[in-house]
Design a protein around this ligand. Structure first.
Ligand code: SF4
Length: 348
């Protein structure tokens, strides 16, 4: 119950009054609570609750004049910004170019061990449904023409991130190409039901020892694959919180995962990675290969809209991964920070 109450201090009241459907559930990420408090001796924060200290007191506020907010992108950061703006009385319009909300968090939650992550986008969608001044348009691009229809006072860009593909020989041609078994995290998720359930004796190689690479390792460890993980730094899972780091170490030990640290990817071949550790380059063969070298911001829209609205009194925010690819907690906080912009612009 400890983390459940950090995520939603009103947990008990909601359950006691039969409002379980309104619960903001803990997603067991350990990023804001254990990661901050135990990991780096900072105050507790929470991925799903950007107001741990003060509570949701902002809901008592209301804009003092008409304010139109247009949010581009319906991932967790965009949904948090849209819900917060609507809750204080802004006319809020969320444009999502795909036909589903939830962004990367929803996609990652398709990995079985990450299924609890889905609770956060589900909560945000449920919260959005309660707000009759929040209008959501799916399959709608955030073009200047579409945005202008809503006469925005504030535009929030939350267009997320895409897998980072550095200029490594053979990578761009082969990754997520149906002719090869080489995937990015998004390619892996789109084939999540296609991988054999038992991979005993089959080789899986994962390049990138961050949280995403480790999610891939965990998925194939459960299928008994012979897994190698390649990381340039001297440690796998360096940026994880202490609880997840410990769990990851145990998982890798149990499944005899080969940990190749201080090792760089030099070339992607049809069914092997050419890598170099401290000695000569060598080939790492695989039946399935994964390249998880991080994500890059999709922030081009910020540049173009800043120019488009440069002579008008329109505030433009760039939040979450489209500012810089980071963790969900940063996007949630930046979504809630729309309150600061509303105050600065005299609406609150
Ligand atoms: S930071 Fe993550 S694990 Fe901690 S309480 Fe919040 S949602 Fe739960």
């Amino acid at each position: 119950m400890g983390r459940g109450l950090i995520a939603d201090p009103a947990w008990v009241n909601k359950v006691a009054t039969g409002h379980e459907c309104d619960l903001r559930k803990c997603i067991s990420c350990n990023v804001g609570c254990a990661g901050n408090r135990i990991g780096v001796n900072r105050p507790i924060r929470c991925t799903v609750n950007p107001s741990v200290l003060e509570g949701d007191v902002y809901k008592k506020k209301h804009v003092n004049k008409n304010c139109n907010v247009v949010v581009i992108g319906g991932g967790t950061a965009g949904l948090e910004a849209a819900c917060t703006a609507a809750e204080v009385g802004c006319n809020t319009f969320l444009l999502e170019k795909g036909n589903e909300l939830g962004g990367l968090a929803s996609l990652i939650s398709k990995i079985p061990a990450k299924n609890r992550l889905a609770d956060f986008p589900h909560y945000l969608m449920h919260r959005a449904e309660q707000l009759d001044n929040l209008y959501i348009f799916k399959n709608t691009e955030g073009t200047p023409e579409n945005i202008r229809k809503f006469h925005p006072n504030i535009i929030v860009i939350s267009t997320g991130s895409a897998p980072l593909l550095p200029p490594i020989a053979g990578l761009k041609d082969r990754i997520d190409n149906e002719d090869y078994n080489i995937y990015s995290i998004l390619g892996m998720i789109s084939h999540i039901n296609d991988f054999p359930k038992d991979l005993e004796g089959k080789k899986v190689a994962v390049v990138g020892g961050g949280a995403v690479g480790l999610d891939v390792v965990e998925f194939f460890a459960d299928r008994n694959a012979d897994i190698s993980i390649v990381e340039m730094m001297d440690q796998i899972g360096r940026d994880l919180d202490p609880v997840s780091k410990n769990d990851t170490k145990t998982m890798m030990k149990k499944h005899n995962v080969h940990q190749l640290t201080k090792t760089a990817l030099l070339e992607v071949k049809d069914s092997s990675f050419l890598v170099r550790g401290e000695g000569e380059p060598y080939e790492l063969p695989f039946e399935y290969g994964f390249v998880c070298l991080g994500m890059r911001a999709q922030g081009q829209l910020y540049q173009s809209l800043t120019e488009e609205f440069s002579s008008e009194d329109v505030e433009i925010m760039n939040i979450g991964d489209s500012q810089r690819a980071r963790r969900i907690i940063d996007g949630t906080q930046e979504g809630r920070n729309i309150l600061t912009i509303l105050e600065q612009k005299g609406y609150l």
